[in-house]
Design a protein around this ligand. Structure first.
Ligand SMILES: *[C@@H]1O[C@H](CO)[C@@H](O)[C@H](O)[C@H]1NC(C)=O
Ligand SMILES: *[C@@H]1O[C@H](CO)[C@@H](O)[C@H](O)[C@H]1NC(C)=O
Length: 951
């Protein structure tokens, strides 16, 4: 009762102190009401003085709240009409808080608001017409929510509006224009951006919408249900730079005079029902991206502007009825990357000339009438002529197959001349090789002006991001971009990780500052990226997050006060608690001695004793002893999950002991299923589990000891093992057999999910053994060939199909295995200095040359000793494994067969290997040592399974 007394006294004190607070008495109650309606507000939102106490995300001027910016902070709840009380508010940015739901309140009272930014939240209901009364509004960004209903005509009153983004919602109805009684969007003559894509807008695009007074630069209406003609008034908006009208139901002939639009850089009219003559694009000298595919234009000869658009990068005109022979001059446009003219009537000879653009990557002329092709030596262009007369006589030239379509938009920011450290499991190494918790999200570019980004393009984006963050004094150390992909809407998506400087995490003001720069378009990407938006993930690494998870947590001041007052009681309780704990602990230890699985049962979520065949349950003391108390000298590897030690069991057997780091301990259930899985696999090409230990809060796995470490270490030359071509073939075959066993013979079948050179170990006879089942998934019959699961794996080995669909199949392992095969012949890591091995090989490959012209890419150690035919077959097999579609990849048993064929070609006996591997079971049958003495290194690297787990 002393306790209660103190509490009420303190509460009274706190209330008294509000009188002295700086924050205006009008603003605090409004913000307090909002705070009460929200979960996960910042930890320092306590007290009654947001301005004086510097609440995160809140800024004040003259003790009035002028901005609330809380991007990506995990807020949830509703935005109530209390916001109306903050009458001095200039900026409201609550972007990237998916948990904010419900309809928007009326904003009428926020007369000074300039930025209303609610990107990527979960808001629904109609957009309140009252936004039209926010006369000062400059930014209105409501994109990527679930808004329904029409675009309020009242928005037409916002004469200061610069940015209007309503994209990615469920808006319907027509685009409003003004009449005698009602305002409309045609009044927005100063607005630069109309972003309405991915909604359900219908009706005609009103011709009144556009006029010569307008200053629009981006008109993005893609993927709606707009009908009727493209209004000719569009040609009056000379400021226009990007026009997207694709994926609608527009019809009629295009009457807009495009030749007036001399600033247009990107033009998308594809997937409509346009008729009449092909639009005339001559004179559009800065046009770089054109896609007018899939319309019903009149049959037209190839127009002269094809070869005169000096900035042209991507010419995409599939199914547009154009006919005739392609002019050689088209290919000499210096920026040209892609020409896609599928399903037309192109005829005659395809000749790219000697002077073709060095940027050129793809010429796709599927289903045309081309009957001759003038080949050039040494070009790196993917050419597709399937469905043309030239491919009809069963020719097997590369250009007659589409199987080589490549996933060639790969990029990730390279490390800056440093060696990435091993980071704790949830940390990630930055480009500057520091472990930290980055802020992550996706940058989406709605109309990039290129088809294939190269590293210099992405570098310029990284630099621009850094300059922007630094100029705003944000604590950013570096940025990491990866995984560029074009989605179905032709948007370019890039994952972004922003790393903190000074410490290994961001605080709330850091996150909301970065979020704001990306949500309110302060950041301007380099021109070729075009208009963008960003969707941030909520940031889970704020200091003291557990405390502010519940917004109802006690006021700090109260807790401190109470703690002082109640110290005596607390101390007494503590003493009692410690005593009880010790007592229980002693009792527990006694039970553990008699029952090795006791700790399993005590552990709430672990669900019973594991079903284990042949794996021993070790005590912690036993393993401590075998590794000399986990001494540094016995450390043979480590990763995010913890460390690996060499141990010697009392019978002299060497083992590798993997000890989970405190903090990366799995749930008991997860640990148990890993053990059960491992104890069921027995194959000479799979590392076997000897036992485990789950005691004293520790999780340890005991494996057979594999002397020569990882395949990666050997390939890197770090540990002095020389892998010649024969050895590499044997390793490939061994590893393939291990994976095949998991797919075909293990019961239930297992998808490994993390096949990579770091997870292939080499024993003392260089037999390959597959290891690390931390990500593996058993697959039962009912799952019909795939499991839908969160994407995990290692960058560079990740199956792009799995990445995009989240459907995991055995073919995802085949993809990773294909990357591993490429690694074997090139000795390069899959992503080296931002270059992706799969793309490098595909680009460099020229089937008309010896060794496919790959000599420069092959590991020099083997390049000279590889019999040509076997090398080519090996490359063919690798590329089949990394085929974009899982369906077209071979199964692992087909891979095994093909590798055996390749060995036979080299005069090797593929089965000889099994004799040698018996040695790893301790039975030497007198088989000749498979490698010479000079490479017999006693030095053991153990293994280093590091792993990246993309979210
Ligand atoms: C190509 O098609 C055009 C138009 O259909 C025709 O005039 C021309 O003769 C054809 N050329 C060849 C080489 O077949
Ligand atoms: C990268 O692309 C840009 C524009 O798309 C081009 O100007 C530049 O030359 C390219 N750089 C390389 C190295 O290909």
């Amino acid at each position: 009762m002393i306790w209660r007394f103190h509490l009420s006294l303190l509460v009274a004190l706190v209330q008294v102190s509000t009188i002295a607070a700086l924050t205006s008495g009008q603003d605090f109650p409004a913000l307090k009401a909002l705070k009460d309606a929200w979960e996960n507000v910042p930890a320092n939102w306590v007290g009654a003085d947001p301005c004086g106490d510097g609440w995160d995300g809140v800024s004040c001027t003259n003790n009035r709240i002028v901005s609330i910016t809380l991007a990506s902070t995990g807020l949830s709840g509703q935005l109530t009409s209390d916001i109306g009380g903050l009458s001095e508010l200039l900026i409201l940015d609550l972007s990237y808080n998916k948990g904010l739901t419900g309809s928007l309140p009326s904003f009428e009272n926020l007369k000074k608001l300039t930025s209303l930014i609610l990107v990527g939240c979960g808001f629904s209901g109609p957009i309140p017409p009252s936004v039209g009364s926010l006369q000062k509004l400059v930014f209105l960004s409501l994109n990527s929510n679930n808004f329904i209903g029409g675009i309020p005509p009242s928005i037409g009153h916002l004469s200061n509006l610069y940015w209007l983004d309503l994209a990615d919602n469920k808006l319907s109805g027509t685009i409003p224009v003004s009449n005698a009684t009602s305002p409309g969007l045609d009044m927005l003559v100063g607005t630069k951006h109309f972003h309405f894509g991915n909604n359900q807008l219908s009706g005609e695009i009103p011709s009144q919408l556009f006029s010569s007074n307008m200053t629009l630069i981006h008109v993005l209406f893609e993927n709606n249900q707009l009908t009727g003609r493209i209004p000719s008034t569009l040609g009056l908006v000379r400021s226009l730079e990007v026009l997207r009208l694709d994926k609608n139901a527009l019809n009629g002939s295009v009457s807009a005079n495009f030749s007036n639009l001399t600033r247009v850089q990107e033009l998308f009219l594809a997937n409509n029902r346009l008729t009449g003559p092909l639009p005339d694009l001559s004179g559009l000298n800065v046009l770089s991206y054109v896609d007018v595919s899939n319309n019903s234009f009149d049959a037209t000869d190839i127009p002269p502007w094809f070869s005169s658009l000096q900035s042209l990068n991507s010419l995409i005109m599939d199914k547009t009825q154009i006919q005739g022979q392609l002019p050689v001059s088209l290919f000499s446009l210096s920026q040209l990357q892609i020409v896609s003219l599928k399903n037309n009537r192109i005829n005659g000879t395809l000749n790219i000339g000697a002077d073709y653009s060095r940027q050129l990557q793809l010429i796709d002329l599927q289903n045309n009438f081309v009957d001759a092709f003038t080949q050039r030596a040494g070009y790196n262009i993917q050419i597709v002529l399937v469905g043309n007369p030239i491919c009809e006589e069963g020719t097997r030239d590369a250009y007659c197959s589409i199987t080589q379509q490549s996933f060639n938009n790969s990029y990730s920011t390279p490390a800056e001349n440093c060696v990435p450290p091993l980071c704790a499991s949830d940390q990630i190494s930055s480009p500057k090789c520091k472990c930290a918790y980055p802020y992550t999200g996706t940058l989406v570019f709605r109309a990039p002006s290129f088809s294939f980004g190269n590293s210099s393009v992405y570098n310029s984006l990284e630099q621009k991001l850094m300059v922007t963050f630094q100029s705003r004094s944000l604590p950013v150390d570096s940025v990491f971009l990866s995984n560029p992909t074009k989605n179905l809407d032709n948007y370019l998506e890039l994952s972004l990780q922003v790393f903190p400087s000074g410490q290994d995490y961001f605080n709330r003001s850091g996150i909301s500052g970065i979020g704001f720069i990306l949500s309110n378009q302060t950041f301007k990407p380099p021109r070729e990226f075009g208009p963008f938006y960003f969707i941030g993930n909520s940031y889970a690494f704020f200091p003291g997050l557990s405390a502010d998870r519940s917004h109802k947590s006690l006021n700090n001041k109260v807790i401190i006060g109470a703690a002082v007052g109640g110290a005596v009681i607390v101390l007494l309780l503590l003493i009692a608690g410690v005593y009880a704990f010790r007592h229980r602990r002693r009792a527990e230890m006694a039970t553990q001695k008699s029952d090795p699985f006791a700790s399993w049962e005590k552990n709430k979520d672990s669900g019973g004793v594991p079903q284990i065949k042949g794996a021993k349950c070790f005590s912690f003391e036993e393993l401590q002893k075998s590794t000399n108390n986990f001494s540094e000298a016995n450390e043979i590897g480590g990763g995010g999950y913890g460390k690996v030690y060499r141990g010697t069991l009392p019978n002299g057997q060497l083992v590798a002991v993997k000890r989970a780091r405190q903090g990366s301990i799995h749930g008991g259930q997860e640990f148990k299923s890993e053990i059960e899985l491992l104890s069921r696999v027995h194959h000479k090409n799979v590392v076997s589990l000897e036992g485990f230990c789950f005691e004293q809060g520790e999780q340890l796995l005991v494996y057979e000891y594999i002397a020569n470490g990882t395949l990666r270490d050997s390939l890197s030359g770090k540990i002095g093992i020389r892998l010649d071509w024969t050895r590499r073939l044997r390793i490939a075959l061994g590893a393939a057999k291990g994976v095949q066993y998991l797919h075909d013979l293990a019961n239930p079948p297992i998808i490994h999910r993390d096949i990579k050179s770091n997870n292939i170990l080499l024993d003392d006879r260089l037999n390959a053994k597959v290891t690390d089942f931390g990500l593996s998934k058993p697959m039962d019959e009912s799952q019909k060939g795939h499991v839908t699961t969160q994407v995990k794996g290692t960058m560079g080995y990740l199956d792009p199909e799995y990445y995009m669909t989240q459907q995991l199949t055995e073919k995802s392992d085949v993809y990773s295995f294909g990357v591993l095969l490429l690694e074997l012949i090139t000795a390069r890591t899959p992503i080296e200095r931002g270059r992706y091995i799969v793309r490098e090989v595909k680009v460099a490959m020229d089937v008309s040359k010896d060794m496919y012209g790959l000599q420069d890419i092959l590991d020099p150690i083997i390049a000279s000793s590889m019999p040509e035919r076997s090398a080519e077959k090996f490359v063919d097999l690798s590329l089949r494994c990394v085929h974009e579609s899982g369906y077209n990849r071979p199964t692992m048993s087909e891979v095994v067969k093909e590798l055996e064929n390749i060995m036979a070609l080299c005069g090797l006996n593929p089965n000889a290997e099994s004799a040698s591997s018996s040695a790893s079971y301790g039975v030497n049958r007198g088989y000749d040592h498979p490698y010479s003495n000079e490479s017999l290194v006693s030095y053991s690297a153990g293994y280093l399974p590091t792993r990246l787990e993309p979210k």
